[in-house]
Design a protein around this ligand. Structure first.
Ligand SMILES: Cc1cc2nc3c(=O)[nH]c(=O)nc-3n(C[C@H](O)[C@H](O)[C@H](O)COP(=O)(O)OP(=O)(O)OC[C@H]3O[C@@H](n4cnc5c(N)ncnc54)[C@H](O)[C@@H]3O)c2cc1C
Length: 329
C-alpha cells in the first residue's frame, strides 16, 4: 500500500508550527505537524506557561498557557491537519520529487518541508553551587508552571535576564516575599519590566553569586558571595527559582541527509523563508536572516510567507488568497 503524500510537513509544534499548521489548513494543504514532545506549544508551554506575554499583537497581555490554548483551538478548527505529538524527526531525506521524513515512530512522505524546530531540544542552564544536589528536589525549580505552589512562600529568583525579571514580578503578588538575586547590579530585562521591578516590592540582591545551599530546619539557606568583596551573606527561602537561561541543542539537524546552510546553528532563509535546500523552508526561532528577531509575532508573520510560497509552487493554478475570508468558508 502506498504511503500518503503530504503537501507540507511542519517539523516542530511550537507556537509557530501550530499557527503554520492552521494557516496551511486554510489553504487546504495536506499537512501534518510533527512534534517530539508529548504536547504542542514549544518553549511557551514547556518553559513559561504562567508568564504574561505582553507583545503578541491584539492581546493586552495573556499567559503563555492561554496563548497555546488559543492556538490549539484555532488549529482544531482545521481537523484535517494531522497533529503528531511524541514523534521525533530523526532524518529528512530528499527523494526525486519529494522528501522522506524519518521519525522514531514511522516514515512519512511529503512534497515540502517546513522546519519550525525552534532552538531544537532545550533544557535550563543548571545552577552550580556546593551541596546543590542534596537540596535540588525539595527547593529548586527552573520554571514556574503552577503559581499556586508558591503561595505565601519566601522565594528567591536567581538570574538577571528578561525571564528572571518576569518571573520575579509574576511571583510577587502570590508569594509572601520575593527576592531577585543576580551577580551584576544591572538587569537585562526590557526597560519597561525593569522599571516595574524597581517599583515593585521585589527585594533586589546584587551583586551576589550563589556559593552554597543547605537545608536548615526545613528551609533553604542560600549562601552567596558579594562579588568584588570577601563578604558572604545567607538568605533563607522556601523555594529557589533558577533562571540562568537555556542550553539548546539544534545540532540534530546537522546529521540529517538534507543540509540547509546554517549560521550559528540557525537555518538561513531567503525572503520566501526557503532554505538553501529547495523545497525546505524554515520559520520561527529556527530560521535566520538579516535583522531577524526571535519573537513569537515575528514567527507568526513568517508562516503565511512560507506556506503561500509552497502552495504557489505546488498548485500554480490556484488563486493566491489575500484575506482569511477568501481562504476559507
Ligand atoms: C523564558 C522565555 C520567555 C520568552 N518570552 C517571550 C515573550 O514575552 N514574547 C515573545 O515574543 N517571545 C518570547 N520568548 C521567545 C519565544 O518563546 C520563541 O520565540 C517561540 O517559542 C518560538 O517558537 P517556535 O515555534 O519557533 O519554536 P519553539 O517554541 O522552540 O518550538 C519548537 C518545537 O519544535 C520541536 N522540535 C525540535 N526538534 C524536533 C524534531 N527533531 N522533531 C520533532 N519536533 C522537534 C520542539 O520540541 C519544540 O516544541 C521567550 C522565550 C523564553 C525561553
Amino acid at each position: 500500500m502506498s504511503r500518503k503524500l503530504y503537501d507540507i510537513t511542519i517539523i516542530g509544534g511550537g507556537p509557530i508550527g501550530m499557527f503554520a499548521g492552521f494557516y496551511a489548513g486554510m489553504r487546504n494543504a495536506k499537512v501534518q505537524i510533527i512534534e517530539s514532545l508529548s504536547e504542542l506549544g514549544g518553549q511557551v508551554n514547556a518553559l513559561y506557561p504562567e508568564k504574561t506575554i505582553l507583545d503578541v499583537a491584539g492581546f493586552a497581555g495573556l499567559k503563555g498557557s492561554e496563548l497555546i490554548n488559543n492556538l490549539q483551538t484555532q488549529l482544531d478548527t482545521m481537523p484535517e491537519v494531522e497533529q503528531r505529538v511524541g514523534t521525533k524527526v530523526t532524518n529528512v531525506i530528499r527523494k526525486d520529487d519529494h522528501f522522506e521524513i524519518e521519525t522514531d515512530q514511522a516514515t512519512y512522505e511529503t512534497k515540502a518541508v517546513i522546519l519550525a524546530t525552534g532552538n531544537g531540544s532545550f533544557k535550563p542552564r543548571e545552577l552550580r553551587a556546593d551541596n546543590v544536589d542534596a537540596v535540588a528536589e525539595k527547593f529548586i525549580t527552573y520554571s514556574v508552571r503552577d503559581l499556586k505552589k508558591f503561595a505565601n512562600q519566601d522565594v528567591i529568583v536567581a538570574g538577571g535576564g528578561d525571564s528572571a525579571v518576569d518571573m520575579a514580578l509574576m511571583l510577587e503578588p502570590v508569594a509572601n516575599h520575593v527576592s531577585l538575586l543576580h551577580r551584576r547590579n544591572e538587569f537585562r530585562g526590557l526597560e519597561n519590566m525593569v522599571d516595574k521591578l524597581k517599583a515593585s516590592s521585589v527585594e533586589i540582591l546584587t551583586p551576589y553569586l550563589i556559593k552554597q545551599l543547605d537545608e536548615i530546619d526545613g528551609r533553604l539557606q542560600v549562601t552567596a558571595k558579594k562579588l568584588k568583596t570577601d563578604d558572604e551573606s545567607t538568605f533563607m527561602a522556601d523555594k529557589l527559582v533558577v533562571n540562568y537561561g537555556f542550553i539548546s541543542n539544534n545540532k540534530d539537524l546537522e546529521s540529517w541527509q538534507i543540509q540547509p546552510a546554517l549560521n550559528h546553528h540557525l537555518v538561513e532563509v531567503n525572503s520566501e523563508m526557503e532554505t538553501s535546500e529547495p523545497g525546505v523552508f524554515s520559520i520561527g526561532d529556527q530560521a535566520t536572516y538579516p535583522g531577524k528577531d526571535t519573537l513569537i509575532v515575528t514567527g507568526f508573520g513568517e508562516a503565511p510567507v512560507a506556506i503561500n510560497e509552497i502552495m504557489k509552487r505546488l498548485y500554480p493554478d490556484r488563486r493566491m488568497p489575500i484575506h482569511s475570508t477568501a481562504l476559507h468558508k
